[in-house]
Design a protein around this ligand. Structure first.
Ligand SMILES: O=C(O)CCC(=O)C(=O)O
Ligand SMILES: [Fe+2]
Length: 499
């Protein structure tokens, strides 16, 4: 569907809804398969019953039975003909149609890349908000208990992901969860059942990587009792015994937590609350505002940053989402070296652009942005609507291009003098916009918009505007933004030579 062939399932909540719909169809298909099996099973059962009755009759007086010519003929006939038919019937595959259906849908299923991205997103949430693996696995997210938990397959998949990433400390924690669940009361039956001995083996390998040999030996011991004939496991156990004997003064490697910076503190809502600079009804930026003053909150002066409350209505938001959904695509970032936009791990969301003159709504919104900010939008970028997905985030970045590097991008309309960002949804947990250098964190609130200046008065990019979108923990975060270009603002915000 998308340029690089990846559908990028996890990067937008709106996109994942389609996955649920596909899953619903696949369950229906499997249920049809069960019906087909049941149909065949019922036919076989009823014949077995009839045949058993006849056979019982015969077996009680075998000689008497075959001495009757009719019985004798029937026996010869059915032995010659019927069992061949049974063999053919048994060989006939059941559920060919359902098998074809799965085959047809395979390409719509998440790929291994999707799974890796999803696992990376879980880690991003865990690390950014400093959550415990055991809490996450049991549905406790950032202090709030949800009615969900991860099973042995989920937790093992996360463990394997970290193992493959060589993050053995993280792998251990997840596989420990998987191992606990395997010992628990319910067990997943075949065909999904993962091999418990294999889980213990990977667990042991991760422990070995962390120099935890004694623990590894215990785990390997469990593995060898589960799978007694596994020579590879027995061999490994002996090797670890040797390791323990020969490396007595090796101490376990410590688990390194991701260092905490202002970005994490901001995401966690740990910035000191600022005494509000002030809140006003803004009725001066344009004639429009004299009639409909905006609730404006000044957040910061350097860089200049304001919050507008209730600037977009729920029905306008609904229409924006409706317009955006069909064309949402994985967000990209401009790559200076390659000279084009590329999909990157540092920005996980789906976006679409809406032309200014698309319809009365986009025209009205652009007017409003102009009224709010006092900027002329001629030559600015289109409205951008964005939906974040699983752990969706945007790493620290500047919105300005830096004109000396990206000459082509700024020649015509100038650099991005200001950003207007509308929050289209409340986000249940996470998803703040954080400015670590000025210790400012804005948590999404449906209907508000934030605006900040990206450039200093001399038109240089202002490094204080460094910002990021924190990973969403729970919720579907929708935003709409407008990047305002500088050239048209000549008489609105004249540049000065000194900052
Ligand atoms: O979604 C956010 O909170 C910030 C988005 C952003 O920084 C951007 O799109 O440039
Ligand atoms: Fe940004």
């Amino acid at each position: 569907q998308e340029a690089d062939g990846e559908q990028s399932h996890s990067t937008s909540v709106a996109g994942m809804v389609q996955l649920l719909q596909l899953e619903d169809k696949l369950i229906e298909n499997l249920s049809n398969y069960a019906n087909e099996l049941e149909g065949k099973l019922n036919i076989v059962r009823s014949f077995v019953e009839q045949m058993r009755a006849e056979s019982n009759k015969a077996m009680s007086h075998t000689e008497h039975y075959v001495s009757n010519p009719l019985n004798a003929f029937s026996l010869i006939r059915r032995m010659h003909e019927d069992w061949t038919h049974w063999q053919l019937y048994m060989e006939q595959p059941v559920g060919k149609q359902q098998l074809e259906y799965i085959n047809l849908k395979r390409e719509q299923l998440p790929s291994s890349t999707d799974l890796e991205e999803a696992a990376a997103a879980i880690y991003r949430i865990q690390a950014t908000y400093d959550l415990k693996v055991s809490d996450m696995a049991s549905g406790l997210l950032n202090g709030k208990q949800y009615n969900v938990s991860l099973n042995e397959l989920d937790t093992y998949a996360l463990g394997k992901y970290h193992f493959d990433q060589q993050s053995f400390g993280d792998a251990i924690q997840w596989i420990y969860q998987a191992s606990n669940r395997l010992n628990g009361p319910h067990k997943l039956a075949l065909p999904l059942g993962l091999d418990p001995a294999e889980v213990q083996h990977v667990y042991a390998e991760a422990l070995i990587k962390m120099n935890r040999y004694a623990d590894a030996l215990k785990v390997l011991h469990i593995a060898t009792t589960i799978d007694k004939n596994n020579l590879r496991l027995l061999q490994r156990k002996m090797e670890v015994e040797t390791l323990i004997r020969t490396s007595s003064n090796i101490s376990p490697k410590p688990y390194h937590k991701k260092p905490v910076g202002n970005y994490e503190r901001g995401c966690r809502g740990q910035f000191p609350t600022k005494s509000k600079l002030h809140c006003v009804y803004n009725s001066t930026n344009s004639p429009f505002l004299r009639l409909a003053p905006l609730k404006t909150e000044l957040l910061a002066l350097d860089p200049y940053m304001v919050l507008y409350h209730d600037v977009i209505t729920p029905s306008e938001i609904r229409e924006l989402q409706y317009l955006a959904v069909p064309t949402l695509k994985r967000a990209t970032v401009f790559n200076q070296k390659m000279g084009r936009n590329t999909v990157v791990k540092t920005r996980t969301s789906k976006v679409t652009w809406l032309t200014d003159s698309l319809n009365p709504l986009t025209v009205r919104l652009n007017r409003r942005i102009s009224d709010m900010t006092g900027f002329d939008l001629y030559g600015s970028e289109m409205l951008q609507v964005m939906n974040y997905g699983l752990g969706g985030h945007y790493d620290l970045h500047f919105d300005y291009f830096n004109a000396t590097i990206a000459k082509d991008l700024t020649k015509l309309n100038g650099d991005r003098i200001a950003t207007v960002l509308f929050y289209l949804t409340d986000v249940e947990q996470g998803g703040a916009t954080v400015f670590p250098n000025i210790k400012q964190a804005i948590f999404p609130k449906k209907g508000t918009a934030v605006m900040w200046y990206n450039l200093r008065h001399n038109n240089d990019g202002d490094p204080q505007t460094l910002h990021a979108a924190c990973p969403v923990i729970v919720g579907s975060k929708w935003v709409c933004n407008k990047w305002i270009r500088e050239h048209q603002q000549l008489f609105r915000r004249p540049c000065l030579t000194s900052p």
